[in-house]
Write a protein that binds this ligand. Structure first.
Ligand code: TXA
Ligand code: MG
Length: 304
């Protein structure tokens, strides 16, 4: 299906599958509550969890939210790319109340995927796009996975190939002191190199509204930091292993970017084996490893 068809669907307040560099999004026009409500319904997502508004340019972002010097510096450094900025809302009709879950802030992101950029620039307005999974399930990183999750709800499903990053965007709040709300491919150190020190983490409940519930969970129970998988496990390995059961390699060369790109697809593949459990190897906490560990801790039910 074509970019033009996706733009027509957005205009008609229908849903689309929007491939991005991080994960596949379930897209709808951000200015129409009748469109945005379909996103919450298709995902089974709680209405208190606000959505990210995706835009095709920094100018579009600055018309929807109040971009201060820090926001512009981060945009210059990382946009288009896997970074979402939470800023005060400027235009509450461009990002409707339902999209923001009634907050006076808005999350903005300019994604790097060429198809996403064509859709966003062609449409010319903001597009909400949470990950295209049903709420609580692993995010889709291929069109086939997006289709399995929410295919019945979309008018147009674009195929942008496998997502190169594989975990959702980093979310940074610029409401008052800058805070790192969600780990992603853009690391804390990279953010601090541009705008200086981030505020210390608060308790989990004070962070992004969407960070509370069980997330990314396959059907099988998930165990993390496993060196020696129990019998019956499907093993997500990170480098060489002598486990004799089913092994899915996140990265045989222990490359963290490759492991992130493979993470959600590997969780789905392991789940399809219907194992007694899914065991995941220890993942170093450096760089994008923080985002991987965040997602797998949630999949295992350790957070929230
Ligand atoms: O990589 C991504 O960001 C993907 C792709 C499709 O772009 N999208 C995505 O959207 O992950 P979603 O809705 O699954 O995640 C949005 C996150 C949630 O944790 C939500 O709570 C937070 O951003 N968020 C959105 N608006 C917010 C706001 N005003 N204040 C604080 N957190 C906000
Ligand atoms: Mg999600």
């Amino acid at each position: 299906m074509s970019v033009e068809a996706a733009i027509v669907a957005l205009r008609n307040a229908d849903l689309i599958h929007l491939p991005t560099e991080t994960v596949y999004g379930l897209g709808a026009r951000a200015d129409d509550p009748a469109a945005v409500v379909k996103v919450f319904e298709a995902k089974g997502r709680p209405r208190f969890n606000p959505l990210i508004v995706h835009v095709g340019s920094v100018e579009a972002a600055a018309s929807i939210g109040v971009m201060d010097n820090r926001a512009h510096a981060l945009a210059a450094a990382f946009w288009p790319g896997p970074l979402t900025l939470v800023v005060p809302v400027r235009d509450t009709s461009a990002a409707c109340d339902l999209a923001r879950a009634g907050l006076d802030s808005v999350a903005l992101r300019l994604p790097a995927h060429p198809l996403a950029l064509q859709v966003l620039r062609g449409f010319g307005r903001g597009v909400v796009a949470p990950s295209a999974n049903r709420s609580g399930r692993p995010s889709p990183t291929t069109q086939a996975d997006a289709f399995e999750e929410t295919g019945a709800s979309v008018a147009v499903s674009l195929d942008g190939g496998p997502c190169p990053v594989g975990v959702e965007s980093t979310v940074v709040s610029l409401l008052g002191e800058a805070r790192y709300l969600r780990a992603g491919a853009v690391t804390r150190a990279q953010i601090e190199a541009v705008i200086g020190p981030l505020a210390a983490d608060e308790a989990e409940g004070h962070r992004s509204p969407g960070r509370l519930s069980l997330h990314y969970a396959p059907d099988a129970p998930v165990h993390i930091n496993v060196e020696t998988p129990p019998k019956g496990a499907a093993y997500l390995a990170f480098g060489a292993t002598d486990y004799s059961g089913p092994v899915i390699q996140l990265s045989v060369t222990r490359d963290l970017a490759e492991a992130a790109a493979n993470l959600f697809r590997s969780l789905r593949e392991a789940d399809r084996l219907e194992p007694a459990c899914i065991a995941i190897a220890p993942i170093p906490e450096d760089g994008i490893g923080e985002a991987i560990n965040d997602r797998i801790r949630r999949a295992a039910g350790f957070i929230g």
